[in-house]
Design a protein around this ligand. Structure first.
Ligand SMILES: [Zn+2]
Ligand SMILES: [Zn+2]
Length: 425
């Protein structure tokens, strides 16, 4: 239907099941007369007029009484729209497209752009369904490995049951929206770009009336909605990817006459001290000493399921610096296929002895044991150049190949001539 951060609103805009057969009704001229003609009422008719007209027609056209089912369906649709002041208002201004899409006008793309700021998937408050809300839920890698049911207390707004969302008695017409319940809203969709949309009036909550203070509902203080806490159950699946969204249909806020919005819970996996997850595989770094690298290493790992893994090199195996070894089937469970799992990859860092730690007699021993230097023809050289420490700040990166500007003569002394220096004047 549309793309964006929120994937798929099942049920979509809340007009499923109504008037869908008429989706071809997208002519440039807005048709806001057909429904009135169908019921035989004038556009100025009250809700009561519409009800009476429908009852009369329905008795005559009912399929049980031999009426045409298609025609009866259209009548019912017309009644559903015209008997609802908000839908009637949308129909009067935008025709069927407006009703189906909750406001705006023109083609579908235009209507959607009224509700989604710049294509980011954020849904502006439409007159028919509250915008979705997003919450984040932090979980550990262990929890994702095992899977679990997370219970989250979620606060949301619900229509007040003390006044059934009326807010009070002795309603007065709201001056902000002049009783229409709807106001035109300008929304910035980009730098200097505005989109006009229709939404419920904030002052009266969308029903066009407000209450004198003494007549306000005590429970909601005239707000028509109350805060309600609900425990949401998030079925955290084994191996679920980071940033996965769980959708809870209708679990966000609600106001009178507007469907409750959806709640999205985004899973955020906390950084783990040992393991880094990439897809179904796990990665980790392991420091071993040079003697372990040469003679073999064994160590114990606390795994994500709480068990201990005993890891060992094979007999005679030698680990090279930065070498990566793999433990098969000790990764994460595959998402949606928890019977399969990824691998664990261990990158080895080798701690070499410090300068001076190996005594000269030990060096002689090592020379006997370890393979010697590769045979190299001895070429004549004037002198020996000793290796110095590498200093990144002294790399000559002048793209012209010339001398680096910030280098001064002081820097060039005492480096034993090991650096690539350009001719100096
Ligand atoms: Zn109330
Ligand atoms: Zn108002």
């Amino acid at each position: 239907m549309f793309s964006g951060g929120f994937r798929g609103f099942p049920g979509g805009f809340p007009f499923g099941g109504m008037g869908e057969e008429e989706s071809s009704n997208s002519q440039a001229e807005v048709d806001n007369k057909t429904l009135y003609e169908l019921l035989g009422v004038a556009p100025q008719s009250t809700t009561d007029d519409v009800k009476k007209a429908f009852r009369k027609k329905a008795i005559k056209e009912h399929p049980d009484k031999g009426g045409d089912p298609e025609k009866f369906k259209k009548l019912t649709e017309a009644y559903e729209i015209l008997s609802n002041p908000e839908k009637k208002d949308l129909y009067d201004r935008f025709g069927m497209e407006g009703v189906k899409n909750g406001g705006g006008g023109g083609d579908m793309g235009d209507i959607f752009s009224h509700f989604f700021g710049g294509g980011g998937g954020r849904r502006e408050q439409g007159p028919k369904k509250m915008k979705a809300k997003m919450r984040e839920q932090q979980v550990t890698l262990e929890e994702v490995f095992e899977g679990k049911m997370i219970h989250l207390t979620h606060k949301r707004k619900r229509v007040c049951d003390g006044c059934e969302g009326k807010g009070g008695a002795n309603a007065k017409t709201c001056t902000t929206c002049k009783g229409r319940g709807m106001v035109q809203k300008l929304q910035m969709i980009g730098p200097g770009m505005y989109s006009q949309s229709t939404g419920p009036c904030n002052d009266c909550g969308g029903d066009g009336t407000i209450f004198p203070e003494k007549d306000r509902c005590k429970k909601c203080k005239g707000n028509k909605v109350i805060d309600q806490e609900k425990v949401i159950e998030i079925p955290l699946e084994r191996g679920v990817p980071d940033e996965h969204d769980y959708q809870f249909y209708g679990e966000s806020d609600e106001v009178p006459g507007v469907m409750a919005g959806d709640l999205y819970i985004r899973i955020k996996i906390k950084k783990h001290d040992v393991y880094e997850r990439k897809g179904a595989d796990l990665f980790m770094n392991k420091k071993i000493t040079l003697v372990e690298a040469l003679t073999g290493t064994q160590f114990t790992l606390k795994f994500l399921d709480g068990t201990n893994l005993h890891i060992s090199t094979k007999p005679g195996e030698i680990i090279s610096p930065a070498q990566v070894k793999t433990v098969k089937k000790k990764g994460m469970p595959c998402y949606k296929d928890a019977m399969s799992e990824g691998d664990l990859h261990i990158k080895f860092e080798i701690e070499f002895p410090l300068p001076g730690q190996i005594k000269s007699d030990q060096i002689e021993q090592l020379k006997k044991v370890l393979p010697g230097p590769k045979q190299q023809a001895k070429l004549e050289a004037k002198k020996t150049l000793f290796l110095e420490d590498y200093d990144e700040t002294h790399v000559n990166s002048n793209p012209e190949g010339g001398k680096k500007d910030e280098e001064d003569d002081d820097d060039e002394r005492g480096h034993g001539g090991q650096r690539v220096q350009c001719a100096q004047q």
